[in-house]
Design a protein around this ligand. Structure first.
Ligand code: GLP
Length: 240
């Protein structure tokens, strides 16, 4: 595990975007695993700038996102498809047909999850997976559990995640209770993993995930075993 400590969020976003840009330059048709949440917003902003001002070329890039809320479609402004379109895809020269987010509108969980894993496999796996960190140590929507779940699966969100994510919705009742999430398998098979974490509220989760035992109770802790994992975190998130 490699740790890049930055002084603030702006530097964190630049450093993470540089790692992704280097991947795109090295392999123009790479498969990027992408994440939502507030943490990577600055990273996407910097990637947009690199595309606009420095000609970073996304035309052959393929992408797979970690997760989606069950029940939400791409035009719903709380959906992760909408987030990706508005934060990145609509502003860079990526071909939308090459961007993949689980279909939250598919009521057949088994079929949706199996198709998503088959699609990742058909793309040749993920070259670089970007992650955020949930306050309870979750990655994607892999919540604390008795076991690490490997395939893409439907998950019931924990109360703490529903509370953490309600800031994006008008009312807590509006937060979907289920999500489809890529499992630990595809994340751990990614050839490279980069996580962005900022702020004092994440310090405890960082401590438990990367300075404690590997346990499915803290899903991100499995990344301690990944051969090419880089944590990009500001000083506050590394405070403990
Ligand atoms: C959500 C997403 C995760 C994300 C987490 C943290 O639950 N499914 O992928 O890492 O939130 O979000 P934030 O970056 O806003 O703290």
């Amino acid at each position: 595990m490699k740790i890049i400590q930055t002084k603030d969020y702006a530097e964190l976003s630049r450093r993470a975007a540089e790692l992704i840009a280097a991947q795109v330059r090295e392999k123009p048709d790479c498969v990027l695993g992408l994440a939502t949440g507030s943490s990577p917003v600055g990273t996407y902003e910097e990637l947009r700038r690199l595309c606009r001002e420095e000609g970073l070329d996304f035309s052959r890039v393929r992408s797979v996102n970690l997760d989606e809320y069950v029940g939400l479609g791409g035009t719903d402004d709380q959906s992760y498809r909408y987030f990706m379109d508005s934060n990145l895809f609509d502003h860079v020269n990526i071909d939308k047909a090459n961007t993949h987010v689980p279909n939250g509108r598919n009521p057949d969980a088994e079929a949706e999850c199996a198709a998503y894993d088959a699609m990742i496999e058909a793309l040749g796996g993920i070259d670089l997976q970007l992650l955020g960190l949930g306050p309870n140590g979750h990655i994607g929507f892999n919540e604390p559990d008795e076991v690490f779940t490997l395939p893409t699966h439907r998950v019931a969100l924990t109360e703490s995640t529903i509370r953490a994510n309600k800031r994006f919705f008008e009312r807590e009742e509006d937060v979907p209770r289920f999500a489809y999430t890529m499992g630990i398998g595809a994340i751990m098979r990614a050839r490279r993993v980069v996580m962005v974490v900022n702020g004092p509220k994440k310090a405890e989760a960082v401590r438990r995930a990367f300075f404690g035992p590997v346990t499915p109770q803290v899903p991100a802790s499995i990344l301690q075993l990944h051969p090419d994992f880089t944590l990009v975190a500001d000083a506050a998130a590394l405070g403990l």
